[in-house]
Write a protein that binds this ligand. Structure first.
Ligand code: FAD
Length: 211
């Protein structure tokens, strides 16, 4: 039989996210919205409190929460500030391609790094010429021996200005449309990676968005 009641553990997760939202987000949200800045100390506290990265699988040092637990957390944070909730949950979006991939070596490398350290990872699909129409991706992935060389521009990247890593979507074959798209973990410190300006927005201004 289907159960629609939250389990005691889920109620506890929801309660702890609500406490965090009321204590750490609500009092400062208006300020960061007014000055159009992202509060790194709040993001770091979210990591310390364990309400970030909750979907990293247990075998890689994470909590292994499912979608419902993540929704419960994000709902509570977003009630205090939609922008900060976006920036806090963005790590889960950035890690999703890795979580879905079969590349265990990459998982072994990045999941424990992100679970055990305050690290941010962004999700970079959109480009200056496309958002939802991902089949039109222009960022190219060219094979070079054992490596791929990426060449392109991403836009609207949440946390892009403050992240350590980026999940970058690129096409290995533009003719193949969506079938040509691959995702790559890119470290911001790597040669050739540059970050554009912070995009001024009408809302969610506490969330860093760059292009
Ligand atoms: C605050 C913010 C943060 C973001 N963060 C990220 C991020 O971290 N990473 C990232 O990759 N991107 C990010 N984005 C980009 C976001 O994913 C795109 O803006 C979104 O996918 C929409 O794409 P678009 O802007 O090209 O709009 P379009 O796809 O051009 O849509 C414009 C309008 O056309 C409508 N439309 C689109 N297609 C159709 C269709 N087939 N039929 C009918 N109507 C249609 C849409 O509903 C919309 O009203 C962010 C955007 C914002 C505003």
């Amino acid at each position: 039989m289907l159960g629609f009641q939250l389990t005691p553990e889920q109620i506890e997760i929801q309660k702890s996210a609500r406490e965090f939202a009321l204590k750490e987000i609500l009092p400062v949200a208006w300020h960061y919205d007014a000055v159009d800045d992202t509060p790194m100390p709040v993001l770091r506290k979210a990591w310390e409190k364990g309400i970030m990265n909750c979907d990293i699988p247990r075998q890689y040092g994470g909590k292994g929460y499912g979608l419902l637990e993540n929704v419960l957390i994000t709902e509570e944070l977003a009630a205090a500030c939609a922008g900060l909730a976006t920036s806090i949950f963005d790590n889960s979006l950035g890690m999703e391609p890795l979580r879905l991939s079969t590349n265990d070596a990459l998982k072994q490398k990045y999941f424990p790094l992100i679970a055990n350290n305050f690290k941010l990872i962004s999700f970079a699909t959109s480009e200056p010429t496309l958002g939802s129409d991902v089949a039109g991706i222009r960022c190219l992935a060219r094979r070079d021996g054992d490596d791929y060389i990426l060449n392109g521009t991403k836009y609207w990247v949440t946390n892009g200005g403050i992240a350590d890593y980026l999940s970058v979507f690129a096409t290995a074959d533009p003719e193949a449309k969506h079938d040509g798209i691959c995702a790559f973990v890119v470290e911001k410190s790597w040669e050739g990676v540059s970050v554009g300006r912070r995009i001024p927005k009408l809302g969610q201004r506490g969330s860093n968005t760059v292009g």
